[in-house]
Design a protein around this ligand. Structure first.
Ligand SMILES: Nc1ncnc2c1ncn2[C@@H]1O[C@H](COP(=O)(O)OP(=O)(O)O)[C@@H](O)[C@H]1O
Ligand SMILES: C[C@@](O)(CCOP(=O)(O)OP(=O)(O)O)CC(=O)O
Length: 499
């Protein structure tokens, strides 16, 4: 029986540093979510499939794409899409990982191994945890209340009765997690990297997967973004400083024609030209990340180009505002670290303080309890009021950038203020670029999933139409990882599903 290669990669929430993270001077604070994307690679079951790759997303209607791979004697590789239906993200992930693999394997004298890996053809299933797509319609269909418990009870990798193009995404970064899982699984399958190397967070193998996924993601999107989503999918929660976008110029410029494309290996191999920085970070113990899917039904237009235009036109004003936002963002990161350290040093004290705080009315949380906790740490206290400050500054930036730049729209302000006023809620905001699609909160969770703050927030959100929690918490397992298909509930079943 042939082996199955499975790699998962987490979704993300940028809780601080939206827009600023596009500039190498600033960092973004990104939390990886427990919700993951899975790439499952097996040999094709039918005979006569040599050189064929089929990619399927069984959660969706009509989501199947086929490719034909030709490996020439000189090691060059052609990948052509043979299905009528196209998926750029999948196509470029396959194509550029195959080209890179061929270059790498050729250079170490094992050119045959790529052909060998494709001798039966490959079947790749790409599936995302339910959180990547809004489950509000599903919950209504099952007459279930909008709670974390309901979400935990529905079928994993729940089939969606729509085509992929029409699905309601939740903003967790499906394309970055998809590309990261597919690229990493292929590199492992083709033996360009080993499981042991990939396991290590700082290995060249993991960095190669990261660099390749960054390039593929940029190429598929047709632009070089900050890359925080791919970095979080590969390395887990972190403070992220972007790479210099110039380093991808050569590869981006060539367009999708093999003859104009530079060799990939020198550009994508780890080295000092990849000047991104990642500093791992974790939410403190007993602090839960809680996300809302705000399915307002409107597409959030891209705000980034407007914000960047404003920044260019009003350099001094913008610089001052960005510096203030950054100070506030760094303070949040420092506070999280202090609380983490406090737990390490004085865990009994920490646990009892969190218990008290999770029951305290929020004004008290803001006014005293957190203060006491933070007094015990060295860096003073700023978490909730600091975040309120960040929110105000981000709103100010939106207003300055234009009447239609709704980074924290009024409806979201109302939802956030009401949420943060609940017992035990520490702070919150609109993730990433802002807009109408989601909010994040940090709440105390003294008893692992059964805490009062969570149910209070769930009750509150019931009063807001189209607002429901997501299941995700922070990823306990860091970034991308190799999985056993039978240890992930529902994974084998969804992979075997044909629709
Ligand atoms: N399950 C899936 N299977 C295959 N491709 C997917 C899947 N989910 C998402 N994608 C790809 O990712 C694209 C969505 O990317 P994007 O609009 O950047 O959203 P996001 O913010 O979730 O990353 C889709 O158009 C599709 O090409
Ligand atoms: C503006 C940004 O800094 C943040 C965008 O964050 P989102 O979380 O909204 O990202 P998408 O998944 O691409 O929609 C752009 C960037 O960093 O690339």
């Amino acid at each position: 029986m042939s082996t199955t290669t499975v790699v998962s990669a987490p979704g993300k929430v940028l809780i601080a540093g939206g827009y600023l993270v596009l500039d190498q001077k600033y960092t973004g604070l990104v939390i990886s979510a427990s919700s993951r994307f899975y790439a499952v690679i097996q040999d094709c079951q039918q005979p006569g499939q040599a050189g064929q790759i089929i990619v399927r997303s069984p959660q969706f209607i009509g989501a199947e794409w086929t490719y034909s791979v030709t490996i020439h004697d000189d090691g060059t590789v052609d990948v052509s899409q043979t299905s009528e239906s196209k998926n750029k993200f999948v196509y470029y992930a396959l194509k550029y990982t195959l080209i890179l693999a061929s270059e790498r394997l050729l250079s170490v004298g094992s050119a045959r191994s790529l052909r060998d890996s494709l001798q039966h053809g490959l079947d790749i299933a790409a599936v995302g945890d339910n959180d990547f797509y809004s489950q509000q319609a599903k919950l209504r269909e099952l007459s279930l209340p909008s709670t974390v418990a309901s979400l935990a009870s529905i079928t994993p990798f729940c089939p969606q009765d729509v085509r992929l193009d029409n699905v309601n995404k939740t903003g967790m970064g499906s394309s970055a997690a998809l590309i990261t899982s597919v690229v990493s699984a292929l590199l492992l399958r083709f033996k360009v990297i080993t499981r042991e190397e990939f396991y290590r967070p700082d290995s060249d193998a993991r960095k190669l997967a990261h660099n390749t996924a960054q390039f593929v993601h940029c190429f598929a999107q047709g632009k070089v973004g900050s890359g925080f989503d791919v970095s979080a999918a590969v390395f887990g929660s972190q403070l992220y400083m972007r790479f210099n976008p110039v380093l991808l110029d050569g590869l981006m410029k060539g367009g999708d024609t093999a003859s104009r494309m530079l060799p990939l290996s020198p550009a994508l191999s780890p080295g000092s030209h990849w000047d991104y920085r990642t500093v791992p970070i974790h939410l403190p113990p007993l602090v839960r990340l809680l996300l809302a899917d705000v399915s307002a039904g409107s597409d959030t237009p891209s705000l980034a180009s407007k914000v960047l235009k404003w920044r260019q036109e009003t350099a001094d004003e913008a610089d001052a505002l960005w510096a203030a936002i950054d100070t506030s963002n760094q303070t949040l990161a420092t506070q999280l670290r202090h609380l983490f350290d406090l737990h390490e040093r004085q865990s009994d004290l920490y646990v009892s303080a969190v218990k008290r705080m999770s029951l305290a009315p929020s004004s008290e949380v803001r006014g005293s309890a957190l203060f006491i906790l933070a007094e015990l740490t060295t860096g003073g206290y700023l978490c909730p009021s600091g975040l309120a400050n960040t929110r105000a500054l981000m709103r100010q930036m939106g207003k300055a950038a234009g009447d239609d730049v709704h980074i924290e729209p009024d409806t979201q302000t109302e939802l956030l203020d009401a949420s943060i006023a609940q017992k035990g809620v520490i702070c919150g905001g609109v993730p990433g670029a802002g807009g109408y699609d989601a909010i994040w909160l940090l709440v105390f969770e003294p008893n692992n999933g059964t805490s009062e703050p969570l149910s209070a927030v769930e009750k509150l959100w019931e009063q807001f139409p189209n607002v429901s929690p997501l299941l995700a918490t922070e990823s306990k397992d860091g970034g991308a990882k190799v999985e056993d298909i039978d240890k992930v509930p529902g994974l084998r079943a969804v992979v075997q599903m044909r629709r």
